[in-house]
Design a protein around this ligand. Sequence first.
Ligand SMILES: Cc1cc2nc3c(=O)[nH]c(=O)nc-3n(C[C@H](O)[C@H](O)[C@H](O)COP(=O)(O)OP(=O)(O)OC[C@H]3O[C@@H](n4cnc5c(N)ncnc54)[C@H](O)[C@@H]3O)c2cc1C
Ligand code: FES
Length: 262
Amino acid sequence: MIERALTRQETVSVAAITEEAENVLTLRFDWDQLAAPGQFVMVWLPDVDEVPMSLSYIGGRKGITVKNVGEATKALTSLQVGDRFVVRGPYGRGYHLPQGKILAVGGGTGMASLLPAMERIPADRVDTAIGARTEKELIFEERAKGTSSNVRVSTDDGSKGFHGNAVQLAKEMMDASDHDAVIACGPEKMLYYLHQLCVEKGIPHQMSLERYMKCGAGLCGSCAIDGKRVCREGPVFSGEDLKEMKEFGRQRRDECGGRVRL
Ligand SMILES: Cc1cc2nc3c(=O)[nH]c(=O)nc-3n(C[C@H](O)[C@H](O)[C@H](O)COP(=O)(O)OP(=O)(O)OC[C@H]3O[C@@H](n4cnc5c(N)ncnc54)[C@H](O)[C@@H]3O)c2cc1C
Ligand code: FES
């Protein structure tokens, strides 16, 4: 069982590369593993590192959308078409596709996790709020338009769309129209305040969390949040689960297991 969880891996080649924004690009690769919206893979570049990445495309030609923030992501964003890397997974529990009218809220690279779910829901049932610090960091606005009836963007500096953060924009959209569910992925502070808003408004919600991951397969415990393994019981958690988590929005653990305030 342990062996199977860790050795379900394959070497794949970069089939196509799309630049999504400054420092963010999507690597497409052909891989026939079945995957559900919201699941992630462990991506290994031998001699560099192995890191978790959400699947931004889940068909036969899969995709990961990588923001260059450090050693592994720099190496991934330097790959060329034809270069090879190793993937294992897919892992984790993704989104339960909700009924009724949905508000999808993505911050940073969070849209990567949300889009495969949005693409399985008829566009007339989806509104989307995409947040970024500045216009140059916005990703997937055009792709979201193909799968939503109403796409709005927010930038912290006001360079495009709503001047403010994604939670403030989500509140405006919730006030303007009734939503039966919210799905969200992005920086944890954003998710924390969005969770508070959904609780206040009584809207069921699901949010995808990030924690430091080593095995990605439920074995090492490095990704635990209040006793739940983000790689196994998550990364997508319901609003009810989030209400029980004392660490949510407050602290995470670093690669050595030390507590880090968010
Ligand atoms: C379930 C999940 C899905 C993710 N999806 C995406 C995605 O779609 N696109 C994207 O750009 N990023 C995604 N990330 C974050 C990505 O894994 C980190 O940015 C990456 O690991 C950074 O590694 P680095 O060597 O480039 O940077 P480093 O300098 O090593 O680290 C920069 C920061 O990234 C985080 N990080 C580093 N290693 C890990 C690790 N093994 N597990 C979790 N966090 C780590 C830490 O917070 C660290 O402070 C996801 C993380 C998780 C847990
Ligand atoms: S990363 Fe090892 S248990 Fe989650």
